[in-house]
Each structure stands twice: as C-alpha cells, then as structure tokens.
Design a protein around this ligand. Structure first.
Ligand code: BV8
Length: 250
C-alpha cells in the first residue's frame, strides 16, 4: 500500500496527545474497507432494486416482513464473513491512549467491538441482536421455525432485527449519553458518515458549540465539511492508522 502523503498539522497531533475528552462518531464508511457496502452505496445483487431507506422502516416490515427480514439476514451473513479493518483497529488504539475516549457509531455491524473498542454507543442498534416486533423485547434464542421471519415464542409476533429504523426512537439513554460527551469533548472526529441522518448528525454541532476541534475523515464532502477544523478526504483505513503513527510514533 503506498504511503499516504498525509501531513498532520502539529495542532491536531498535540490536541490528540494532550486531550482528555475525545469523541469519535462513525458511519457506514468506516466499514467500507471491510467489504461492507455503505448505507447509500448502490445496492447490489438481490437488493439492487431496493433503497435501504425504504427497507429500514417499520412500515416496510409490516408491509413485507419476509423481505425485510431476509435483507437483514443477508447483511448478517455478510458482516459475519468480514473482519474489522485498520480504521476500526486504529480507533481501538486511540481508546487505549486517550484518558476519556468515547466511540459513538451509527453502524449496526458490531465491527468496532470486534476490533477491540470497549466504550461504544450503538445509536442505531446491532443487527446481530434480535427482538420481538410486537413486544419490543430481546429474543435470545428462538427455534429456527419454518416461519420467515421467525415467531416470538412468547407472543407469536414476528422477530425483527434489534436496529433503529427510520421514524423509530433511538435506544433509551443512547443519544443523551452521546450528546453529553459531545458537548464536553475537546476533539471530535466525524468518520465515514454522510452526516444526513438525525439526531446523530447533531452531535458534531454540539461539539462545535463547546468549541471543540472538529476533524472529518471522508473521501467525499458532506454538509459538515465547511465547519470542520481539519478535513482528510481519504479513506478512514488509510488516515486513522497514519494519524495514530504520527501522534504516537512506534
Ligand atoms: C428519529 C439502522 C424521532 C438500520 C439507520 C420523519 C419522521 C421521523 C423522523 C424523521 C423524519 N424526517 C427526518 C427524520 C429523522 C430521521 C432522519 O434523519 N432521516 C434522514 C434520512 C433525513 N431520523 C430518524 O428517523 C431517527 N429517529 O428521529 O426518531 C422520533 C422521536 C420520538 C418518537 C419517534 C421518532 C432514526 C434514524 C436511524 C435510522 N437507522 N440504520 C440499518 O442500518 O439497517 S440509519 C442508517 O444511516 C445507518 O445506520 C447509517 O449508518 C446511517 C447514516 O448513514 P451513514 O452511516 O452516514 O452512511 P452513508 O452510506 O450515508 O454514508 C457513508 C459515508 O462514508 C459517505 O459519506 C462516504 O463518502 C463515506 N465513505 C465511503 N467509504 C469510506 C468513507 N469514509 C471513510 N472511509 C471510507 N473508506
């Protein structure tokens, strides 16, 4: 892999070395280099004719529970077959080096935890977990019946992925904790997100209200780009390991 011509401003390197409170918000882009299509990538194969935003809703599930369940089954299989990439691993390293580091993710793939990150807020849930659509209660083990989606053994309702769909509230307390950390941090990273989904997209704005240094890592510009202190328009899997190496040379 060619060495990136990344020169990190000394202000960023010293901020990262000296900060106590650092927050990173990630989106689907950080999993792209693991081979997980981003949320707004053109869908491929079986799903080429569907837009994720049209599938990730309770209405879509009510209309066609089998279709939505099978989309998540496909994504679960895909995620189960990939590995965290150097971007995920670099964030786990930053957590080990910064006194108070919080990772807030919009992703539902669980790759941050598999990379070793421990302080993670999953704003939008996790597709490896399942719950009952009717009772909104976790379903640990449901016998793989012939039903697709499987049925809740308690009430007979449909099983669904434990993710937050459009129009649904975030997990209780998740956004409040993420907002409090964003309002208190000195350094905020927005990584691999198109910054269009709310309320997650409010978090970097909260950091700016606290006069935090804002760093955006995304090959493409986003609505947040004009407000960023530092912008790295390259892949997270390239920028993040290089940043860790520059801040804490081995
Ligand atoms: C809520 C889980 C309120 C499922 C997701 C009308 C009614 C209700 C709400 C709304 C409404 N109108 C608007 C809203 C708010 C709505 C919203 O924001 N809509 C948007 C579309 C305008 N939000 C909600 O509905 C939220 N809930 O507001 O509740 C409420 C309150 C009380 C009572 C009831 C309701 C819930 C939002 C959560 C939706 N669920 N996911 C699933 O994943 O299947 S969101 C979905 O989008 C994913 O989680 C994804 O992570 C997230 C954001 O997308 P990104 O992560 O940014 O991914 P994207 O593909 O867009 O971009 C990838 C980026 O990576 C790109 O910029 C690309 O350039 C970059 N990239 C690519 N490669 C790399 C890279 N970057 C770095 N390195 C690389 N290698």
């Amino acid at each position: 892999m060619t060495k990136p011509d990344l020169n990190f401003p000394s202000s960023l390197l010293s901020a990262l070395r000296e900060a106590r409170h650092v927050v990173a918000l990630t989106g689907a882009g950080i999993s792209a280099e693991s081979g997980v299509p981003t949320f707004r990538d053109a869908q491929t194969g079986l799903w080429a004719n569907f837009k994720p935003e049209d599938l990730a809703t309770p209405e879509a599930f009510r209309r066609n529970p089998r279709l939505v369940w099978e989309w998540y089954e496909w994504r679960r299989q895909l995620v189960g077959g990939v590995q965290p990439n150097p971007g995920h691993l670099a964030l786990a390293e930053i957590e080990r080096r910064v006194p108070d580091f919080l990772l807030i993710t919009q992703n539902v793939d669980g790759l941050h935890q598999r990379a070793g990150s421990r302080r993670v807020i999953e704003l939008h849930g996790n597709l490896t977990r399942t719950k009952c659509f009717e009772e909104n209660v976790a379903l640990e083990n449901f016998s793989a019946t012939k039903d697709v989606p499987p049925r809740c053994p308690r009430c007979g309702g449909h099983a669904r992925p434990d993710v937050v769909w459009f129009g649904e509230s975030l997990p209780p307390g998740a956004f409040e904790a993420a907002l409090a950390a964003s309002l208190a941090c000195e350094l905020f990273f927005s990584i691999g997100t198109s910054s269009v989904v709310y309320p997650a997209a409010d978090l970097p704005c909260a950091a700016l209200r606290n006069r935090a240094m804002l760093v955006e890592i995304n090959p493409a510009p986003t609505p947040l780009t004009p407000d960023a202190t530092h912008i790295f328009q390259q892949a997270a899997g390239i920028v993040l390991p290089a940043l860790v190496q520059a801040a804490w040379p081995r």
